[in-house]
Design a binder for this molecule. Structure first.
Ligand code: HEC
Ligand code: HEC
Length: 138
């Protein structure tokens, strides 16, 4: 359920961001992320972390370094870098997932609500980077 909720946040924010961009104020603590192309640029740290950890890390059964390249100075990861192809594939997957939800899951289920009818990374991946059992796991 947490995963679906998080994706709900992406969808809601995605839909609202164009409308509310001008009205957005920064009451919440936010970090300035420098290379967001799918997520709203003013996303809160809490929401971004939730997506990275619950949807991506847990949904694919990988760690941050599956998509994020090492920092040039050798200390930790450079989260803004697009050096790893997996990061761009993940963006394609994000756009696909948002599109599926927007196009086919608009209607709310009368009993269980909308969350139960949302496709997330985990819907296909189920904790695996390669849902079709492709190359060996990293
Ligand atoms: C499945 C791939 C994937 C995994 C795993 C992943 N990320 Fe990301 N991350 C992305 C993508 C894609 C973006 C860019 C999203 C966009 O363009 O809107 C991103 C963006 C970010 C950013 C914003 C960088 C900036 O300034 O633009 C941070 C910070 C971040 N990730 C942290 C993490 C952390 C911490 C983890 C591990 C807990 C993690 N990510 C795991 C794919 C991943
Ligand atoms: C409709 C099903 C579906 C959904 C939803 C989905 N994926 Fe995928 N994803 C796939 C399939 C199928 C592959 C190809 C696997 C293979 O090559 O064996 C794949 C591959 C990937 C890969 C590439 C792995 C590699 O190195 O080849 C990444 C990264 C990825 N998905 C991230 C995501 C993220 C992040 C989300 C959620 C935003 C997501 N996917 C949602 C089906 C899905």
């Amino acid at each position: 359920m947490r995963i679906n909720k998080k994706l709900g946040i992406i969808i809601t924010l995605g839909a609202m961001v164009s409308i509310c961009a001008a009205a957005a104020s920064s009451k919440q603590a936010t970090v300035q992320y420098v290379n967001l192309k799918v997520l709203p640029k003013n996303i809160s740290t809490k929401d971004l972390q939730g997506i990275m950890v619950d949807d991506f890390q847990d949904g694919l059964g990988v760690t941050c370094s599956f998509c994020h390249a090492n920092a040039k100075d050798g200390h930790g990861l450079d989260f803004a870098s697009d050096a790893k192809p997996e990061k761009e594939i993940a963006r394609v997957m994000m756009r696909m997932t948002l599109k599926i939800n927007k196009k086919y899951f608009k209607q709310k289920h009368p009993v269980i609500g909308s969350d139960a009818l949302t496709v997330s990374c985990n819907t296909c991946h189920k904790g695996e980077a390669f849902p079709e059992g492709g190359p060996e796991q990293k």
